[in-house]
Design a protein around this ligand. Structure first.
Ligand code: VG1
Ligand code: CO
Length: 543
């Protein structure tokens, strides 16, 4: 008999999940009872007795230790079985797939995604439901409430489970299945895409650079791109997941994936470049000399998805987060399929995917996915691009140019102002909200404001309402400003300023986005008094 210990504890302030689970500095997570309190709160809300869960993470510092704690707590709470990736590794989309494939009751993913990892950096824990998708707001709110009341947690005493070997073992009364983190996911990709066509393209000399940024996608990318599709050895760079991501900031954007951008815009650039984030759910794609903005990527994928076997029957609908540009809407209209606008965060797509209303989903933050899992999926998006390139036999630049010629171009950029003192950012947003109703009709920087609101979303499937999801200022010419505060940071506040302007063409489709957006940028600074409130003029990151 294994003894279950019930450890007295008390609530810890601030264990509130954000856009994507609970994220804190690693030393905070490693502090007394911190991880345990949150994990017990998860089990108290979803129930553990007799259930099967998936467990894995992006391999960052503390991933291995946290996995052993979560296993002991799952056993103590009466779970029947845990399926865990070898070495406690699972990308977020692979975890979502395993949850669905094995018809489990959900899963715990250890990741702070794009936030840097290491003893002084960030750690995170998120719970996904039995559909494979992030817990919806109602559930994360219940977990948060539980963290404010918790008085004890359950854990068994045991040796560490050997997670280095694939196979079944027993932990107390619970079964632990250590599985290959890659094989089921790779098989899923092979079922969706035309691997022979992509392999033939590589064989004919097509060159690619995939930057896994020392995060979780390395083993997945090597197996799929190099082993199964025959891309040249060395196509995948930074392919070994490291506890501190090799000091990299695994956020696939032009700033943090600069080495890739330099290569793709340099002499002798490969045909195609891609990068993914810490937990493998996001992607950046780049052609030779051609950066693809995430909003455009979603639109191009939606317009061309039928070229891949898994989507040959067409799409049911396309969903995008509110700050994502309307480029995908134009494609949905042309295809005569449904279009949806949700708050930021993948959890809002789950119901649309489950109900069969949307097939593709995307966010401006380099997240794209489909109904094959219930998470955004970096390698999936990269493979869909490869499939499209293999069929169309055109460059990325040519595909983008044709897309804009047909649909017009939604110039788009996001400006991030990081580590602002929270009270300053809050004051700025509060002032903006207070003045919204007076904005319509006002002229600023030659633009006329047509509407202004704070985005509220009613889920079309279950009717749940989410308020205060971001301030929107819309202009008569179709331009748009959105502002919201990040829900994934761990230091002060990050202001995200989203900027959009539509050009119908045929002229003016090849401007630099920052130039095309210049009046909208100036209008945003003026309307929100960003400098006055925060002292900031220049963004830290521009995507
Ligand atoms: C950011 C992105 C959002 C994304 C979230 C989680 O959230 O803007 O689109 O869903 O990160 O992505 P926020 O609240 O910081 O703007 V991941 O890959 O970091 O889990
Ligand atoms: Co991520």
């Amino acid at each position: 008999m294994t003894t279950v210990h019930t450890i007295a504890t008390q609530p810890i302030a601030g264990q509130k999940p954000g856009t994507s689970g609970l994220r804190k500095k690693t030393p905070v997570f490693m502090g007394p009872h911190y991880l345990e309190n949150f994990v017990q709160s998860i089990f108290d809300v979803v129930g553990a007795a007799g259930k099967t869960f998936v467990l894995g993470g992006d391999g960052r510092y503390f991933n291995d230790r946290a996995a052993q704690v979560i296993l002991r707590m799952a056993a103590a709470n009466g779970a029947h079985r845990v399926i865990i990736g070898q070495g406690a590794i699972l990308s977020t989309p692979a975890a979502s797939h395993l949850i669905r494939l094995n018809k489990t009751d959900g899963g715990i993913i250890m990741s702070a995604s794009h936030n840097p990892g290491g003893p002084k950096e960030d750690f995170g824990v998120k719970f996904n439901m039995s559909n494979g998708g992030p817990a919806p707001e109602g559930v994360t709110e219940a977990m948060y409430k539980r963290t404010t009341e918790i008085t004890s947690y359950k854990i068994i005493e045991s040796h560490d489970v050997d997670l280095s070997k694939i196979g079944r073992s027993q932990l107390g009364d619970m079964i632990v299945d250590v599985v290959d983190p890659v094989s089921d996911y790779a098989a899923l990709m092979e079922s969706l895409f035309d691997f022979p066509a992509i392999a033939a393209m590589f064989k004919s000399g097509f060159r690619m650079r995939m930057d896994s940024m020392c995060a979780v996608t390395g083993p997945y990318a090597v197996e799929i791109l190099e082993n199964r599709l025959g891309a040249a050895a060395g196509t995948v760079v930074n392919g070994t997941p490291l506890p501190d991501f090799g000091g990299m900031h695994p956020d696939p954007n032009p700033t943090w994936a600069k080495a890739l951008m330099d290569e793709m815009f340099g002499q002798n650039a490969p045909d195609f470049g891609a990068a993914s984030d810490g937990d493998g759910d996001r992607n950046m794609v780049v052609g030779a000399g051609a950066y693809v903005s995430p909003s455009d990527s979603l639109a191009v994928l939606a317009a061309n998805a039928h070229l891949a076997p898994g989507y040959r029957a067409g799409l049911k609908g396309v969903a995008r987060s509110m700050p994502t540009s309307a480029a995908a809407d134009r494609v949905a209209d042309a295809l005569g399929i449904g279009k949806y606008e949700t708050p930021t965060g993948w959890k809002f797509f789950g119901n649309l995917l489950d109900a069969g209303r949307a097939t593709l989903c995307g966010e401006e933050s380099f997240g794209t996915g489909s109904d094959h899992v219930r998470e955004k999926d970096g390698l999936w998006a990269i493979l869909l691009w490869l499939n499209i390139l293999a069929v169309r036999k055109q460059s990325v630049a040519a595909i983008l140019a044709e897309h804009w010629a047909k649909f017009g171009r939604n110039y788009y950029s996001r400006h991030d102002f990081e580590a602002i003192a929270s009270e300053k950012a809050d004051a700025m947003i509060a002032a903006l909200r207070a003045g919204l109703s007076a904005l319509p009709g006002r002229q600023v920087e030659g633009l006329t404001i047509s509407a202004a609101d704070d985005f509220a979303y009613t889920d079309p499937v279950d009717g749940s309402v989410s308020n205060n999801q971001g301030v929107r200022i819309l202009f008569a010419d179709g331009s748009r400003i959105v502002m919201r505060l990040s829900g994934t940071g761990t230091e002060g506040a990050t202001l995200r300023l989203y900027l959009e302007r539509y050009a119908a063409g045929p002229e003016g489709l090849d401007l630099d986005p920052q130039e095309a957006l210049a009046p909208v940028i100036r209008a945003a600074h003026q309307l929100a008094a960003i400098e006055g409130f925060t002292g900031r003029v220049t963004p830290d990151v521009i995507t």
